[in-house]
Design a protein around this ligand. Structure first.
Ligand SMILES: [Zn+2]
Ligand SMILES: [Zn+2]
Length: 130
């Protein structure tokens, strides 16, 4: 009986090593996927908060989430980003917003409108309306 125990222990140790390595590799992949999924959810939570259940660009109405981004209404986004980047959040706006309980002063814009606002001060969509 005692003999059997030692044999079993060795057996398990041997196969356990390989299985453990495989488990670790599998886990590393799923861990990455889990983090990606979490980041996506976090982004969507923030976008919906400043927009609607289905987030959209507040300038042109674009609804493709992949085109949408958080915009600092009064500008100064870069300064703000720098502040965040220097902080504990490692530059993650979405994480920062959630941690700070969704502060005011943000809106959702698509990348087009956001970039136009950055370059020209105002998006051409808005200028054409005026
Ligand atoms: Zn837009
Ligand atoms: Zn626009």
């Amino acid at each position: 009986m005692k003999h059997m125990g030692i044999y079993e222990q060795r057996y398990h140790k041997k196969t356990g090593g390989a299985a453990q390595k495989k488990y670790y590799e599998n886990n590393r992949e799923s861990e990455k996927a889990r983090r990606r999924e979490y980041a996506k959810k976090r982004r969507l939570t923030v976008l919906s908060h400043y927009s609607g259940l289905i987030p959209f660009c507040c300038c042109c109405g674009e609804k493709e989430v992949k085109f949408l981004a958080l915009d600092h209404i009064k500008g100064g986004g870069n300064i703000h980003r720098k502040e965040i980047a220097g902080g504990e959040m490692g530059g993650n706006m979405y994480q920062w917003i959630i941690k700070n309980d969704f502060p005011e002063g943000f809106q959702i814009l698509c990348h087009n409108c956001n970039a136009a606002k950055g370059y020209y001060g105002e998006c051409p969509h808005k200028i054409s309306i005026i």
